[in-house]
Design a protein. Structure first.
Lengths: 504, 128
């Protein structure tokens, strides 16, 4: 008997079928989108034979309507913040307001050539763009408590690498080579990776029973071979590092610098500033805290802020404000670590973040943090009895902007975090982050963000509660999820072991 | 949880089997179970120097990428090339066919820093 599978909600079975076809499968020999007229002038010279293909180009042969239907049907299967709740922990998948798109599409910005301000007298013709970059830097300084910013890095991890390179430059200028960077075990995986790429060895510090940095272990490892401590605050367990001032004081005693991973800045906006907590370097993810798009809708943007003592190492060029109030590019930084990206960063993304900051203002930004924390705590309170709020050793009653639950108690029924995640898809929700942070068994990391309503959170909670009950009563129902997607549960192990990649 | 006799264990869930001046290194049943399906092992190079409790290899599973720490100091004499084609050996048989590296010991006395099977069993039970 053939098993019948429900099709994705709201999509006709025929559309779902067509969306599953590859465009090469609907290709028919000779079919075209456009029929170009033949040349009406004599061809004087044929291209050199060495530039000609020796085999036909493999392109799908389809009509324009085939193309439109194929990609429209595919797009209807897309899952995005604009279609569904997307509580992917640590990623801050909040709504990207459309007015920021309007701002970034102003012709004055989109038609500007990036080389213009580098030409003689060219800066005069790009004053608006330069002022926007300058103002964004000043706003980010005010928000984070740092002294200077560079907007160059193209994304968060690029910002991290920039930050660690600035730290290395700081120690190099003092004629010393430090070997280690300390990273807590609750860190984002990019932190140790960035430090390692910058040439440091990593010292991993475990979390204590409260889910924050183990101070005894830190004191044991911290010495004059340590270049920096990289921290996320609140950390990936969704907890504020309440000994942060003490940690910063210990680091500064041996002239190790404090690095702030800004991935979770959205939780503390307006309540405290990393610069005031003792951090020397910070990267921000504009696509998180400042609501610019993620991934394919991006690109990302990872500005880096520093205290005064690191200013001279910042990447060139810097945006400078002249005494007459005009703006120019400054390259006169002999100790700069150099270029980190072409031109000035992902400019149009920066425009969106600038618009977002101005639109919300101080009060609005503070309210985003409050609502992000409130929403996460609402979910934690509703679900902790069904799952168990998790840290390495204990349970928590409160969290910041995200909560980490654990499906460990369901393992006795053969149900794992992965099964809960897949079941959520059938409920119309994007799965939360699972198996991260690594220190929580069967972790389910949920970040609702501030833009979701109570009604949406309640619907999500209902499905999560249903999943926890099913795990005990009918675990097989979770194992077969998802049922409403074009393809059933994917074999992730086979995908990783037998990779079949195409490179273009 | 399978914890064979005759091996030494680390807190990071590696095992080492000592045979005279040589050791065979792998990860424990607890480790392979926690990782889930192993998809890739980045093996160390033959001839590489190991330092006790320092990173010697990396292992990837469907859940995470993790470091493998050297249970003893020494020099790598051989690595398990079978794992390149079949990393699942670590899930299927972590104490025998899923071994990771063989090593010439620098200091046989280092086993004093490791756990015996009974201590490791108590340690793992404490993690549950």
């Amino acid at each position: 008997m053939e098993l019948t599978r429900p099709t994705p909600s709201g999509i006709h079975p025929e559309q779902a079928r067509r969306a599953e076809e590859l465009i090469f499968e609907i290709s028919r020999a000779g079919r075209r989108c456009t029929h170009l007229p033949g040349p009406d002038v004599p061809q004087t010279k044929k291209p050199d034979a060495k530039f000609l293909r020796d085999c036909p180009c493999e392109l799908p042969e389809v009509s324009e309507l085939d193309v439109v239907r194929h990609f429209t049907n595919l797009s209807r299967l897309n899952f995005s913040v604009d279609t569904n709740f997307y509580p992917l922990g640590s990623c801050t998948m909040k709504y990207n307001p459309k007015f920021t798109e309007d701002a970034s599409r102003l012709e004055g910005f989109t038609h500007l050539h990036p080389i213009l301000p580098q030409l003689a007298e060219g800066a005069q013709a790009a004053q608006g763009a330069l002022e926007l970059l300058y103002e964004t830097e000043r706003l980010l300084c005010e928000i984070t408590g740092m002294d200077h910013f560079t907007l160059q890095p193209s994304a968060g991890a690029h910002g991290e690498l920039t930050g660690v390179m600035l730290i290395a430059a700081y120690h190099r200028a003092k004629n010393r080579k430090r070997k280690y960077v300390i990273v807590p075990d609750s860190a984002h995986g990019t932190n140790p990776a960035s430090a390692a790429i910058a040439g440091y060895e990593i010292i991993n510090i475990p979390s204590d029973a409260n889910g924050t940095m183990d101070m005894a272990r830190l004191k044991e490892k911290l010495n004059e071979d340590v270049a920096a401590i990289m921290m996320t605050c609140p950390n990936t367990l969704g907890l504020f590092e309440n000994k942060i001032d003490e940690i910063a004081a210990l680091a500064h005693k041996v002239d190790a610098l404090m690095y702030y991973d800004g991935a979770n800045l959205n939780a503390i906006l307006g309540y405290c500033r990393p610069g005031d907590l003792g951090f020397d370097v910070i990267h921000l993810n504009l696509h998180k805290t400042f609501s610019t798009p993620h991934g394919g809708g991006g690109p990302g943007s990872g500005p880096v802020g520093v205290k005064e003592k690191l200013k001279k190492f910042l990447p060139v060029s810097r945006i400078a404000r002249n005494t007459d109030g005009t703006f120019a590019l400054d390259y006169a930084l002999p100790e700069s670590i150099g270029y980190l990206a072409p031109f000035y960063g992902n400019f149009l993304v920066i425009v969106k973040a600038y618009a977002y900051i101005l639109y919300l203002g101080r009060e609005g930004l503070i309210r985003t943090a409050e609502h992000a924390v409130l929403n996460a705590n609402y979910i934690l309170a509703a679900l902790k009895d069904y799952y168990g709020a998790a840290c390495a050793q204990g349970c928590f009653e409160r969290c910041m902007h995200e909560c980490v639950l654990s499906a460990a108690a369901l393992a006795a029924h053969g149900v794992h975090a992965l099964d809960i995640a897949k079941y959520l898809i059938d409920g119309g929700f994007h799965p939360p982050t699972i198996y991260f942070p690594l220190i929580v068994k069967e972790a389910l990391m949920i970040e609702p963000t501030e833009t979701e309503s109570k009604e949406t959170l309640d619907r999500f909670i209902d499905v999560m509660v249903r999943a926890a009950k099913l795990a005990r009563e009918n675990p097989q129902a979770l194992k077969t999820a998802p049922l409403t997607t074009p393809v059933a549960r994917l074999d992730e192990t086979k995908a990783a072991r037998d990779m079949n990649c195409a490179f273009l | 949880m399978n914890i064979p006799q005759g091996l030494y264990f680390t807190k990071e869930h590696e095992w080492v089997k000592i045979d005279g001046g040589a050791g065979t290194i792998g990860i424990t049943d607890y480790a392979q179970h926690s990782l889930g399906d192993v998809t890739f092992v980045e093996l160390p190079k033959t001839g590489a120097a190991l330092k006790q409790f320092q990173i010697m290899a990396t292992i990837e599973s469907v859940k995470a990428a993790s470091d493998i720490y050297a249970p003893v100091s020494g020099t790598i004499t051989e690595t398990n090339q079978e794992l390149n084609a079949n990393p699942a050996l670590i899930n299927q048989d972590c104490y025998a066919k899923g071994w990771i590296a063989k090593v010439k010991l620098a200091d046989p006395g280092e086993t004093g820093n490791l756990m015996d099977p009974d201590s490791y069993k108590t340690y793992v039970e404490g993690l549950a």
